[in-house]
Design a protein. Structure first.
Length: 213
């Protein structure tokens, strides 16, 4: 997904702020900053640097240097970034770009983004696996309901419930830390059931994990 944001330097301009919606857990997103030199002089060694990155937003390159931008010319600084599952969703956050030229003059441009919720339900394989005694079970809840009643249950090979975790959660990505100190070595099954509050389709998934002591 591409976002093209025009940034005019060498002139103090205030623009209305647009909030760019970024897909959940996406890679290869692009921000293109068009740098326009509206002065009568050539701007040399123009450094464009991304700062104040929100947690879970990872840039491939945090700094781009344009050798020179002649008077009335325009050049583009391209930044590629990915969105991790652990990032905050549905909340407006700000990325700040700082532009500095050879003379030390500096400008900033703020870009508002918001990561959209997951569109699918998924239960991930626990990690590490096999484990002793701690592992993490992660899952994501889709953007189909305001909130969910979530049950995470772990069973032994005979089908006996050994751990039960019940929560109420909104759409998003979650991790549950599991302590198997009291469990014996062996194969276990973990199952998640997510029911939208107010009714609707429920989501169920099951996977295996191994405790090795």
């Amino acid at each position: 997904m591409r976002y093209i944001i025009t940034l005019i330097i060498l002139i103090n301009v205030t623009l209305s702020q647009t909030v760019y919606e970024i897909p959940f857990s996406s890679k290869g997103n692009i921000i293109e900053l068009s740098i326009s030199n509206n002065s009568a002089l050539t701007a040399e060694e123009v450094k464009v640097e991304a700062t104040n990155m929100p947690k879970g937003i990872t840039f491939t390159e945090e700094s781009v240097t344009l050798a020179e931008i002649k008077s009335k010319e325009e050049q583009v600084a391209i930044f590629t970034f990915s969105v991790e599952k652990q990032t905050i969703i549905n909340k407006e956050q700000t990325i700040v770009f700082t532009i500095t030229d050879k003379t030390g003059q500096s400008w900033t441009k703020e870009i508002a983004i918001k990561v959209t919720p997951p569109q699918t339900f998924e239960l991930y394989q626990n990690y590490p696996n096999p484990f002793n005694p701690i592992t993490t079970i992660s899952y994501q809840l889709p953007d189909v309901a305001t909130r969910f009643i979530v049950s995470l249950n772990i069973y032994d090979i005979l089908g006996r419930e050994v751990i039960a975790i019940n929560t109420e959660e909104a759409s998003g990505y979650y991790e549950q830390r599991i302590d198997a100190t009291k469990l014996s070595s062996g194969v276990y099954v973990y199952r998640i059931h997510a029911q939208p509050i107010g009714g609707g389709k429920s989501y169920v998934s099951t996977k295996k994990m191994v405790v090795m002591k």
